[in-house]
Design a binder for this molecule. Sequence first.
Ligand code: ACO
Length: 438
Amino acid sequence: MNGTPYTGTGTVTVTLDGTNQTATLPLAAGTIGPSVADIRKLYSDLGIFTFDPGYGGTAACESKITYIDGDAGVLLYRGYPIEQLAEHSNFLEVAYLLLNGELPDAAQMAEFDRGVLRHTMLHEQLRSFFNGFRRDAHPMAVLCGVVGAMSAFYHDSLDINDPDHRRISAFRLIAKVPTIAAWAYKYAIGQPFVYPRNSLGYAENLLYMMHAVPAEEYHVNPVLARALDLILVLHADHEQNASTSTVRLAGSTGANPFACIAAGIASLWGPAHGGANEAVLKMLAEIGHARHIPEFIEKVKDKNSNVRLMGFGHRVYKNYDPRAKIMQHTCHEVLRELGIKDDPLLDLAVELEHVALHDDYFVSRKLYPNVDFYSGIILKAMGFPTSMFTVLFAVARTVGWVSQWMEMVEDPSQRIGRPRQLYTGAPQRDYRPLDARG
Ligand code: ACO
C-alpha cells in the first residue's frame, strides 16, 4: 500500500442489511499470510466504522520486517526463520537485517558494528539524571525516563525528515539503551556506574557493565555472553505487538524517536506483555513446589480468581511459540555451564508445562508456553535480578521498535494514527445548574 496503489486480488462486498447500499472493498494480498480488506472507504460509502477492540482482526499498517504464522508457530525476520538466525547469526547482524532488509556483507557488517559500538557512551550530563530517581525505583521506570530524556540531550538528530538524523538516532538508541539499562541496575544496588568498553561485543558489553566493579578484574563468560546474545536475537522484533504499535502510534504524530521508544518501553512494561518474564518467576516462587501445581492450576482455571498461568498463551501463537523451544534448550545449556545440576525453578517450570500441556483447559484454548516461560529462569541463573528482566527485553526490542519506526516514517502513505470508537455514553443533553439537579 505504501503510497502507490497495491495490486488487488479481488474485492469484498459489504451490504447494509435492509438497504440497497453496498460498499466494494479492495482485497490486497501480502507475500505470505492472509489477505486484507481495505476498509478505508467503508465510512464514506456506508457511514459505518469497523469494531475491533484489541485489534485481533485488524492490519494497522503494511510492513516488510517480521512475519508470524501463529497457527503454524512460524516467526520470520525479513523472511529468515528465527531458528536459523538463532543458530547461525548474532544480535548485531540481526539488528542490521531488521533495519536494512538484507543480511550484510563483511564490510557492511564491520561498518555497522563500528557505528553501534562507537555510540555506547552516554552524554556525561545524563549521568546526573539518574540521581533524581529513588534508589528503589523499578529499573523500567528509570529506563523509560532516561530514554525519554535522550531527546533533551541529542538535539542534533531530532529532525525526523532528515535520513541522516534518523540513522544517527537509530545508532544512538541501539547503542546507548544497554548502557542506560546497566546503569539503572547499578544505581539500584548502589554500585558505581561502569562505562562501556567498545572492544567488547554487544552482549558482552552489557554483561560487563552490569556485573563488573572498578575494584576487580571482570572476565565475561563467553557461554553466558552467547546465551544473552541469543535472548536478544529472540526478542528483537515481533510484528505489530502492543509496544511496537505504541511506537508507531506515537511516531505517527511526528514525535522524535527517543520519545517514541520511551512510549514503547512504557507499553512493554505491563505483565500481559514484556512484564511476563518477571511475572513467571514470581509465579514459580509462589507455587513453591511441584506438589502445589494441581491447586495452582485449579486457581488458574477458576474464572473468578483472575489468576493466569504466566508465560502461557499468546495473542497470535495458537501453537508452541518457536522462541520458547529455543529458550528451553538454552536454559539447559546455561544451567550446565554454571554447574547448576538441579535447579528447583527449572524442575518446577518443566513440570508445570507438562501438566498444562495435558490439561483440557489449556489444550482446548490452544495455550502454549511463550518466549517468557523460560527466559526468566535463564536470566536469573545468569545473575540478573527479576526487576531487570523486562529491561533486557526492552534492550533487545529497541532494534525492532527503531526498524518499525523507520519503516513508518519512510512510508509516503503514513498518516497520523487516529482510531474511532463505538460511543455508548449519554446522548447530547443540556447542562443544568447545580441547584437545579437532584
Ligand atoms: N492462563 C490462563 N488462561 C488463559 C491464559 C493464561 N495465561 N491466556 C489466555 N487464557 C484464556 C482466557 O481466560 C480465555 O479464556 P475464555 O475463552 O474461557 O474466556 C482464553 O484463554 C483466550 O484468552 P484471551 O485473553 O482472549 O487471549 P488474548 O489473546 O487476549 O491474550 C495474552 C493473550 C495477554 C498473552 C494472554 O494469553 C496472557 O495473559 N498470558 C499470560 C501473560 C503472558 O505470558 N504474556 C506474555 C505474552 S508474550 C510477550 O509479550 C513477549
